[in-house]
Design a protein around this ligand. Structure first.
Ligand SMILES: NC(=O)c1ccc[n+]([C@@H]2O[C@H](COP(=O)([O-])OP(=O)(O)OC[C@H]3O[C@@H](n4cnc5c(N)ncnc54)[C@H](OP(=O)(O)O)[C@@H]3O)[C@@H](O)[C@H]2O)c1
Length: 282
């Protein structure tokens, strides 16, 4: 397959490049292909002629998006919509990566693919616009909602942040009232490959680790597995830990469709974390 991967220097792009190594890949960085430059996007597709376009590129800094809503909506919303139009025109399959932050977090059981989204932030809203435009523009799409990504490559992630601080002896205050299923990029990339190989029906899919935890529990687990001092990780409530963007209290996703197809490969989030830590690629 000819596979175009956007945001080639990102964290998930790193795992995707490895997972699809045997294929003809082009994974331009933001500098090489700005997805908000729609002319360049079209030209790149015309020249490379992908069978599949995987779009992990996004403005992912959730608080920063509150400051630059216009850029967030263009990169996370309008650009994926353009990709949907181009998928129809050039007959490729579009794999778009979305987020648990499209949900409000008011539920107390895991969100299913057809639960109604209600984002709380500019980031979540902009990602939902991307989902909706893609679904309106092309049938040949996989919109994959994931959460709390960690893995090698990219500029950083929660695991690296916690280890860097705690290993330097610094105390960290981490929220203990927001629940999610942190997900290993390596597992997500494998899941995407399997979906493409099997040609599963198009549509929205939830693709996150099994199990759930709050961020404080996850941080403690990171430090515990590394043999560090867990006492340096202190629990705080979201009310005490003020951030610019509102975040869902409970954004655990159920991989309902993957399970019904019998192809859900995800580990429990703590097991996935262990795999990442022993990979030696932090
Ligand atoms: N990270 C998470 O916890 C998480 C959770 C749920 C869903 N997701 C979704 O998963 C996807 C992958 O996340 P990730 O962790 O791999 O994020 P990441 O490491 O921040 O990678 C995103 C990449 O996109 C690039 N980018 C930003 N604007 C661009 C543009 N206009 N044109 C081309 N490239 C652009 C970034 O480049 P620069 O760094 O140079 O800006 C970065 O390399 C994203 O769609 C995100 O919304 C992530």
């Amino acid at each position: 397959m000819r596979i175009l991967i956007t945001g080639g220097k990102g964290q998930l792009a790193h795992a995707l490049k490895r997972e699809f190594e045997g294929h003809t890949l082009y994974a331009p960085s933001r500098e090489e292909l700005d997805i908000a430059d729609f002319e360049k996007l079209r030209e790149t597709i015309e020249e490379f002629k992908p069978d599949v376009l995987i779009n992990p590129a996004a403005l992912t800094a959730v608080d920063f998006c509150e400051d630059v809503p216009e850029a967030a909506f263009i990169i996370n919303g309008i650009a994926p919509g353009k990709m949907g139009e181009l998928a129809e025109q050039f007959s490729f399959v579009l794999v778009h990566i979305s987020t648990d932050y499209v949900f409000s977090g008011e539920k107390s059981s895991p969100y299913l693919e057809d639960d109604c989204p209600l984002p709380l932030s500019v980031y979540g809203n902009s990602k939902l616009v991307g989902e909706n435009l893609i679904r309106a523009d092309t049938e040949r799409h996989y919109v994959i909602r994931t959460a709390g990504l960690f893995g090698p490559g990219g500029k950083g992630n929660f695991v690296k942040f916690v280890l860097k601080n705690v290993m330097a002896g610094r105390e960290l205050s981490i929220v203990n009232d927001r629940y999610s299923s942190p997900t290993y990029t390596v597992e997500l990339a494998s899941q995407i490959r399997i979906m493409l190989e099997k040609g599963v029906p198009y549509g929205i899919y939830h693709a996150t680790s099994e199990g759930e935890c709050n961020w404080y529990e996850f941080a403690r687990k990171i430090v515990e597995l590394k043999g560090g001092n867990t006492e340096l990780v202190k629990p705080v409530s979201s009310e005490q830990f003020v951030q610019r963007a509102r975040r869902p209290r409970y954004s655990v996703l159920e991989n309902g469709k993957l399970k019904s197809l019998g192809i859900n490969l995800f580990s429990h989030c703590f097991e996935a974390l262990e795999k990442y830590l022993i990979s030696g690629e932090i």
